[in-house]
Write a new protein. Structure first.
Length: 344
């Protein structure tokens, strides 16, 4: 790839969002659930925390250099959103996802087809609606000389039957291993795989796992990811049949692949710039402890953290969700009290 200065590239940001209270969406989802093995019990997969406006406020405050923000929905939009904002591009599923895949209730179908958004820049950042910028972010946190900033850290995916994402992670790396030989990839650019920015522990882990006959897996960060549209095109050209099958599923399945496949493809083609991604953001997982204790932890991270982003993740087993939502949104309101230009 030709080196490109960050000042010369346009970097877009993509946010998928669903309004789980939309009666039309609820009805359509229920109809397809009756024809699917997905029972719809994964409420956290669709649940709206009613704090998307804080995502936009955080972007305006800490990422003012973003070219355009693409809000992806199935057809509905937040009541507070300002459609007059020139940096906001509202894109409906029908605008870019092939008709044969619609309607879809799978984030994987949405993710794998993002490259079809005609206005989307070659360089873009994939957010989720649970990610918030909490300190100043720069283009160099995501791209360097036109390459995505990332961390080539190997990992072992130990599958658990009840966790579908483990199976999906294995499907991702399975495709990678069909096309790439690990020893050759690492030898071609060892600095991408053994780098001081990753820290001693991760470098030792890479040293051990690099003796495997194939890629065992990759460390995922549950954070914003940097992508090139051209990588999506390349992967679709190589694995059109498999990706087509995945996108035909109305809901997630254990045989799916997801955006991690695209990210991993960028890693194994050595088309990335080594970056301390584990220091970029912090994942708050409310399924892993006492809610009130984690709320206090969340408050500390939002207000006094060295991290630049926070991902506030929930799960199906959380009790008292309304209480949790109110408490988290109070923290976000304190952090971002002013309306952004994306609001009416």
């Amino acid at each position: 790839m030709t080196k490109v200065s960050n000042e010369k590239i346009k970097i877009d940001l993509v946010i998928p969002w669903v309004d789980d209270n939309d009666p039309v969406w609820i009805s359509e989802k229920a109809r397809y659930e009756n024809m699917s093995n997905d029972t719809g019990k994964h409420v956290a997969r669709y649940r709206d925390w009613d704090n998307l406006k804080y995502v936009f406020r955080s972007i305006e405050k800490y990422m003012p250099w973003i070219n355009n923000v693409f809000l992806i929905t199935c057809g509905h939009t937040p009541k507070w959103i300002s459609k007059k904002n020139q940096k906001l591009k509202i894109v409906y599923h029908r605008d870019f996802i092939p008709a044969k895949y619609l309607p879809t209730f799978s984030s994987h179908t949405i993710e794998l087809n993002l490259f079809r958004i005609s206005e989307l820049s070659e360089h873009f950042i994939y957010f989720n609606d649970d990610i918030f910028a909490i300190n100043t972010l720069r283009p160099s946190d995501f791209f360097h000389n036109g390459k995505p900033c990332d961390a080539g850290i190997l990992n072992v995916h130990c599958e658990k039957k009840s966790q579908m994402i483990h199976s999906i992670a294995n499907k991702d790396v399975g495709i990678i291993n069909e096309h790439f030989q690990m020893s050759k990839v690492i030898s071609e650019n060892r600095n991408n795989w053994f780098n001081y920015k990753y820290g001693l522990r991760n470098n030792i882990q890479n040293s051990i796992l690099s003796t495997c006959p194939r890629f065992p897996g990759f460390k995922q960060f549950h954070m914003a990811n940097s992508f090139l549209k051209s990588t999506f095109v390349e992967v679709w050209n190589k694995e059109n049949e498999y990706l087509n099958k995945v996108c035909l599923n109305k809901f997630r399945t254990p045989n799916d692949v997801n955006q991690w496949l695209i990210r991993e493809w960028q890693l194994v083609t050595n088309d990335f710039f080594p970056y301390s991604k584990h220091k970029l953001g912090y994942l708050v997982d409310f399924e892993k402890g006492d809610i009130d204790i984690i709320i206090k932890q969340c408050q500390k991270i939002i207000n006094k953290s060295k991290y630049k982003m926070i991902c506030i993740n929930d799960g199906d087993t959380i009790n008292n969700f309304e209480y949790l939502k109110d408490e988290v949104n109070k923290l976000l309101e304190t952090k971002f009290p002013e309306k952004s230009c994306f609001e009416r």
